[in-house]
Design a protein around this ligand. Structure first.
Ligand code: 3PG
Length: 235
């Protein structure tokens, strides 16, 4: 009997446990997310303004340096309309610190029920990592439809994502690959409709940030924006 309700498989990832619609929409429309490691928080705001000026008003600041939280705090308060996420979230404490610093979304290289629960409690749009069918299923059961695929190149690259997309189509699973992605292999990922965004450090490498090479970073961002604009859209 058709009572008008959606099948369970379609409802599963779309609840309050997943990403907020506005964050998904912004990441999906930019398609490229600079992943950055900031050694000196003073450079965070200048970096954000450089990326915004290049048409890429978003970044994931990895919590791999002591300066990361201060950088997120400064960007969130000083750069209007810039989407700043906290990456490399490994513990619930880090996730809570990221929320307190003003992060707009969180990213983890893997999936953990504890981190997922902490993101829900904090109402933080959250992208956990998954590279196997079992991990994807676990993340989907916790309500996540948008997943990081890391390390992308080492985990089979675009071909692996294409193979994993088909069996999970009913759950609406979408991927954000990162790890080993550069201008030379970007097109292969952009060609996949199930890839909602692509992350990487190639746009703003740690050394370039530390050296204040914002012109170089801006040029790399503009090139990535142009490449993404020429690609088929995400589903
Ligand atoms: C990440 O945390 O997403 C990765 O370290 C990015 O990998 P890359 O340096 O190869 O882009």
């Amino acid at each position: 009997m058709d009572d008008g309700s959606e099948p369970e498989a379609h409802r599963l990832p779309l609840g309050a446990l997943g990403m907020s619609a506005s964050v998904i929409a912004r990441l999906t429309s930019a398609r490229i997310v600079p992943v950055v490691e900031i050694a000196d928080a003073d450079y965070g705001v200048a970096l954000a303004r450089t990326l915004a000026g290049a048409g890429l008003p978003m970044m994931e600041v990895t919590l791999r340096t002591p300066a990361a939280l201060d950088a997120i705090r400064a960007i969130a308060s000083e750069v209007p309309d810039f989407l700043v996420g906290a990456g490399t979230l490994l513990t619930t404490r880090q996730l809570e610190d990221a929320v307190a610093a003003g992060a707009h979304f969180g990213v983890s290289p893997g999936f953990s029920a504890a981190l997922s629960g902490a993101a829900v409690a904090a109402e933080l749009p959250f992208v956990p990592g998954a590279t196997t069918a079992t991990e994807i299923l676990a993340a989907a059961e916790s309500g996540h439809s948008h997943l990081k695929f890391f390390p992308a190149e080492q985990s089979g690259g675009a071909a692996a994502i294409a193979s994993l997309t088909a069996p999970f189509a009913a759950l609406g699973i979408r991927f954000m690959p990162t790890g080993g992605i550069r201008p030379s292999n970007l097109d292969a990922y952009l060609a996949l409709p199930s890839v909602f965004a692509i992350g990487g450090t190639w746009i703003a490498p740690r050394d370039a940030i530390a050296a204040g090479e914002f012109e170089v970073i801006g040029a790399a961002a503009r090139a990535a924006v142009a490449t993404a604009a020429a690609a088929p859209p995400a589903a």
